[in-house]
Design a binder for this molecule. Sequence first.
Ligand code: MCN
Ligand code: CUM
Length: 782
Amino acid sequence: MNHTYGPHPRKEDARFIRGQGTFVDDITLPGMLHGAILRSPLAHARITSIDTAAASAHPKVVAVLTGADLAEREMAWMPTLFGDVQAVLATDKVLFQGQEVAFVVATDRYAARDALELIMVDYEPLPPLIDARKALGADAPIVRENLPGGNRIFDWSAGDKSAADAAFAAADVVVECDMLYPRSHPSPLETCGAIASYDATGGKLTVWLTTQAPHAHRLVFAGLTGVPEHKIRVVSPDLGGGFGAKVPVYPGYVCAIAASMAIGRPVKWMEDRSENLMSTTFARDYHMHGEIAATADGKILGLRARVLADHGAFNAVAQPSKYPAGFFHIFTGSYDIAAAYCEVTGVHTNKAPGGVAYSCSFRITEAVYLVERLTDMLARRLCIDPAELRLRNLLQPEQFPYTCPTGWEYDSGDYPRALKLALSIAGYDELRAEQAARRERGEYMGIGISFFTEGVGAGPRAHMDIMGLGMADGADLRVHPSGQVVLSISVQTQGQGHETTFAQIVAHELGLSVEDVEVVHGDTDRTPFGLGTYGSRSTPVSGAAAAVAARRVRERARVVAAAMLEVSSDDLEWLDGAWRVRGDPDSGYGIAEIARAAHSTLELPPGVDGHLDASAVYDPPNLTFPFGAYICVTDVDPSTGVVAVRRFIAVDDCGVRINPMIVEGQVHRGLADGIGIALMQVIAFDSVGNCLGGSFMDYLLPTALECPSPELGETVTPSPHHPIGAKGIGESATVGSPAAVVNSVVDALAPFGVTHADMPLTPANVWLATQGRRVRPDLYEN
Ligand code: MCN
Ligand code: CUM
């Protein structure tokens, strides 16, 4: 019986490795039609006319929808999860290249694509706004003409400005830097899609959907279509990755729904790779100016940041509503910095909807990058080793719970232990000696460190909401007479292994085998309400709900066990997976026997009903704060600019590990993310707004060739407020690793006087850096 946490093989892999997963595009319904989207070739243009006659006349075309058609159904605009409204199909203007303009429904997918070419759209080009830094200029083109703030979405600040200013005034040294965290794309292997099936007779709408948040999307669909929420079923079958890309509601989903409701047949829409890369939601695009102040012996006194956030044409992605810059303001990171202040301005540009997404912990990615770059620069300026400077400034274990200057309470941590472990795995002193020896020979090796703290598990209802909804999650636990159990959860795995780890949580609490727990998710008709999987919140929130529900089952079982043993339930203790009479460990019953008895005719005490089922709704009291120490070793060839990542050492602390094997898998993929972001990925635009990242020839994914097998270490500092002491892990490595890679490359290039270069550190950009030149990797002037 396996009822402890541990490296249990993933239950879901049996079907995946046999090719038996069911993804949205695998589903075919009787009479199903296929939709395709006509997209704007221009970044900014007025639509003067749309002629769909020829497309409609195509023999295989069943319907053509335009914005005007949707407007008649009041579905031309949809709410986003971030409180914006986004055009489903453009009516007046197009605002980015790839924006949705018309939807063709045909009897097969090829005919639908062919017919797109028969639609005639007249565009009157407008000057596009591509460079976010020009968004607030007097002569900037206005992206959203109907918004009162023009291109300005928000101005937001956090921290104590005067305290920060005073810290800077008192400092011996100040280091500052402009840095860009470029626009990147989560690129799940499965693109986005939907099958909508509307049954007019029953008034029921079923949508198979690539979504990380089935219940949230159902609520949006209810508001849009007028179909009541309880008559809508959103089914999210297996997902081929999400990484944040499947959080937003996309126009294609709504088009499929509108078409199915208009035609009365199921309609499938599945985007292709280029559509996914050009028009689904983006991440980052943060233009940051950071400043760090310190004493001459390297005690950090203050941190300031001024950020311009490029959100593209619409604000598509949820971030807890009180925080328009996500959790960027946890930007003092892992250090004991008394004074900090940041200002963030969000702007619209003529680019695809942006915002957070891509393993980001709601903008903590950008914050970690900023402070870790500045810390390295400070170390260089003060001629202090970057590891030593960090050890002097890391928060100490006795400071927890620690309230950071912008008000968040970090729950637990032992940071020096994690960094020292990473340094010892790396053999840091020997690496520095090797580096010096190589430099003598004209070889450029870099050692880059980063330390990160995340805040994940959104979120406590006292502090945050999405669409006005508190962020509690539900778990329902059904205990069959055999003692086998079914757990229904509101979160949605995209590859993280919830069917295994959530079963482990329940098995652990109830003394069952992992095989005896079946996990149901991804179907709003079968699962309790909750806001979905992102921000590594599944374990912190829904995992807690599962543990609480299981403990309720255990308490119910106690009463039944007492009746079975004819003792008072006070005389029972839970020991080794069974309720036993205190002092008599050989007596007692496990959950299976108790469940059987609960369902039997056994006489139960008054008020006790005859089954063990329980449910829980979990409102987290705080975020959980996982952390880690990363070290990246690179070899850089300054003559070609080629960077090779030789080693990657990652020590992660996510509290209690439910399944260490899955945790390590999460770290592996996050490190690959980070290497990709740091070295090869950017969604760039030319000056008229053509997206230059529309295929995997241009937007590069790292492979095993670029990613060394990482050397992992762990420390375990349980979260004090989480029922099982776990913290999230799903985004840690993506958040923490880019800074380590960049610090490593800049370290390698120190002899060239390089102090900073913006990501991605492609061969061209690295070579330019050695020549003392800085480029804007996100913008190509035509
Ligand atoms: N886990 C564990 N012990 C812990 C923490 C987590 O065993 N202390 C396990 C969990 O039970 C779960 C997995 O690790 O099986 C990730 O858990 P968690 O950190 O709670 O993150 P979520 O499940 O909420 O996943 C979301 C996170 C995010 S936001 C992105 S983005 C991302 C990521 O997960 N997208 C992914 N990892 C991904 N992994 C895959 N394969 N595909 C994606 O799209
Ligand atoms: Cu920020 S990407 Mo994940 O939260 O789905």
